[in-house]
Design a binder for this molecule. Structure first.
Ligand code: G6P
Length: 467
């Protein structure tokens, strides 16, 4: 891969700017240590950064003064400070209570609070200044996600010599929703400071092109917009995963041991229906549980025959809408288990916590059916991880039409996640699909992901930035 990268990165200097650093602090017996965070972005970009003595500008996740820059695993980490009130206003407020719901089809009412806007600008300015300070001459700076949409323009103003890419990991909404945002023009001008603005899907890119033409000076008919004297490419670059890593880990002794353990606990004869999500209202966990409840109520499947294992990783726990969805799911799980569970045999096994990579892959491999049913999702990498882990070509994926992944994973049973009856029917269809069809569909999905990994994603994006 490194040979190809030298072609696409004429300047070998790469700076990543993301809200979070690629590492987090953990307590070990010998004191506090930085450890690499799990996730596709980190595993995709780490090799690039390691080979180019690259740098990563980001937040540690804690308020207060930032630690000094430090080297970890070949990557120079440049921590950005954030005060307590900025965590409230920039992160929980503007990023996660205004932008997050607005960009996810306004599934929850976005709150437009004027006092969050300045902190959003100020924190973006801080990221831009740090990036400007550390980027070598003519470096490539790659800015990530909705928390940092003003950084491209701010950075260009200070450092017109660098190439700038921006990638949005979440959906970009249609005009009628985006138009609500009181700061829409500033956000668009911020993004148009980049040379390339990347989206998960073509629809996202087209939505952006339409509002950019409507609310800014940007002109042009297709994916190349003219902004002042520059050209900005606004295009789709669907993200993927490190296929090889999941494929290889799935075959290890320790994953197989964990699989045996899971099977022993759940029961060898019960079908496992699995959900793995961040605990977020966009993921449709509650509707999924209701569809499973209806399936049990129909009498066609019983808890002796199948179990729903739902893993929900706690997230953004101080935001009201997250508190509310957590309460709702707790309540639903209690209700279904109260009604249908039996002694020593719950209908739903609900784990509200993080799993380590091995346990997660063992779960993926044990699942007969994987439910990925968000109401809206930029891509959804869980769906891709599940597929990459199914080395024996088994397992059925039930996938929401409203994810970026649905555009690629045609071998999944695609569902409208709002439709409880349709969801129930799809779960039943998945539970009783013939083994030969299961294998055929899984094989084709695995091939799709094998051919487009996160490394291909990074390579094609950086290739476009350095064109
Ligand atoms: C989504 C966003 C990321 C974000 C992640 C975790 O995937 O696109 O930018 O980092 O959620 O959320 P958190 O708020 O904990 O960073």
């Amino acid at each position: 891969m490194s040979g190809d990268l030298q072609i696409v990165l004429p300047s070998k200097d790469l700076v990543i700017v993301a809200n979070r650093l690629p590492v987090h602090r953990v307590r070990r017996t010998d004191g506090m240590k930085w450890e690499i965070s799990p996730g596709g972005l980190v595993s995709a970009l780490s090799p690039l950064l390691q080979q180019s003595s690259g740098q990563w500008v980001g937040w540690t996740g804690r308020s207060g003064a930032a630690p000094k820059p430090f080297l970890h695993d070949g990557i120079q980490n440049i921590p950005v400070s954030m005060s307590k009130s900025e965590v409230t206003d920039f992160y929980h407020g503007f990023s996660n209570t205004t932008l997050w719901p607005l960009y996810h089809d306004a599934i929850r009412q976005p709150i437009y609070r004027r006092r969050w806007w300045n902190p959003y600008r100020e924190v973006n300015q801080r990221f831009a200044e740090l990036a400007a300070e550390v980027a070598p001459k003519k470096a490539t700076v790659w800015i990530q996600d909705y928390q940092l949409q003003l950084v491209p323009k701010m950075l260009r103003t200070i450092r017109p010599d660098v190439r700038i890419g921006f990638f949005l990991h979440i959906p970009f909404p249609p005009t009628e929703l985006f138009a609500q945002l009181p700061w829409r023009r500033a956000i668009l001008e911020g993004l148009l400071g980049a040379d390339v603005v990347g989206f998960q899907t073509r629809t996202g890119a087209q939505n952006f092109q339409a509002v950019a033409r409507r609310y800014t000076q940007a002109r042009g008919t297709g994916q190349v917009l003219r902004v002042e004297n520059r050209q900005v490419l606004a295009s789709a670059f669907p993200i993927s995963i490190d296929y090889q890593r999941f494929n290889d880990m799935a075959k290890t002794e320790s994953v197989m041991r964990r699989m045996q353990d899971i099977r022993k606990r759940v029961g060898h004869d019960r079908k496992i229906i699995l959900g793995v999500d961040r605990l977020d209202y966009t993921k449709g966990i509650d509707i999924r549980i209701r569809a499973f409840e209806e399936l049990l109520a129909s009498g066609r499947w019983s808890p002796q025959e199948c179990v729903l294992v739902q893993v929900a990783v706690p997230s953004r726990e101080v935001v009201d809408e997250y508190v509310e969805v957590r309460r709702r799911i707790d309540e639903l799980v209690g209700k279904v288990n109260g009604q249908y569970g039996q002694l020593g045999m719950a209908a739903i096994d609900y784990l509200r916590r993080n799993l380590d990579a091995e346990e997660l892959i063992a779960m993926y491999r044990c699942a007969d059916v994987m439910l990925v049913t968000p109401l809206r999702d930029g891509m959804n990498l869980i769906a891709k991880e599940f597929v990459a882990s199914r080395v024996e070509n088994r397992g059925v994926l039930v996938l929401s039409e409203f994810t970026g992944a649905a555009k690629e994973l045609r071998g999944a049973i695609q569902v409208n996640p709002h439709d409880i009856d349709g969801l129930m029917v799809s779960i039943e269809e998945a539970l009783s699909m013939s083994p030969s069809l299961v294998t055929r569909r899984m094989r084709s999905m695995r091939e799709t992901i094998r051919r487009h990994t996160v490394h291909d994603w990074a390579r094609s994006f950086l290739g476009a930035v350095n064109q």
